[in-house]
Write a protein that binds this ligand. Sequence first.
Ligand SMILES: [Zn+2]
Length: 306
Amino acid sequence: MARLSRRSFITAVAAGMLVRGAPACAAPPPYRFRHGNFDLTIVSDGHLVLPVSFLALDAPPAEREALLAAAGQTGAQFNSPTNVTLIGAGNELVLIDMGSGDRFMTTAGKLWENLQAAGIDKAQITKVIFTHGHPDHLWGALDEFDELLLPNASFYVAAAERDFWSGDDAMRGLPAERAGFVTGARRRYGAIKERTVLFRPGDELVPGIHAVATPGHTQGHVSLSLTGGDGLLVGGDALTHPLISFAHPHWRPAADHVPEQAAATRMRLLDQLATDRMRLIGFHLPYPGLGSVERANGAYRFVPAA
Ligand SMILES: [Zn+2]
């Protein structure tokens, strides 16, 4: 009860601040479109602020800087958008990933207020499918009191991904400054355990939505493939940067856990997306992150749809 009253108090304070004219959130409006039998809404969770060197540790710095400068990305840091996909599928309302929550970066964790602004109630969401266990995708599962945010949802977690974060290799395989990622992931996976459905790549999680193995960014990273038209891939973090991931898929972003495997996954996906003319939603591509892939200059190019 104490928690409830504290929550009510905080809500009231937040409401009071709005009345007093605190600046409104400058979130982009939700991006809605139809694909096959699905109604999709892309909602922003805000953005991450990351060091530019994070983009490609082993890339020739001059080449990397020239590429980024051509795209207007200068300076030591860059903003990485975070696009969460919501799918209306028959009677199901399916969220792909849950954003950062309130304990990762102050620029992120805006998903719930942006969903509410889009007229979507948390109680309507029936399923959550996680692409992987990084903070910006998983930590939004819990609120500021470590309570589950969604009252009615089941949580679909790739078995290999949960095994990785639960196992001893998680601590051994990550740099020391990311040790918090492991405890953070374990806390969230533990909190959703009673309502978790484990799955494997190839499984159909909702009619017309299949899990696809896209490992490397993390050990058990998956994407989601939607039937209809030429297909649509919700790619999670398999392709994270609008230039580097497409023009230089072999460069190694610092966030990839298994760099060689991540590069091989990018090459395979890019070939498939370009050949099959599948559309792509990238979690970190420029909002709303929807587009297609073309071959260009011996590599590839991302063509935004909006
Ligand atoms: Zn991410």
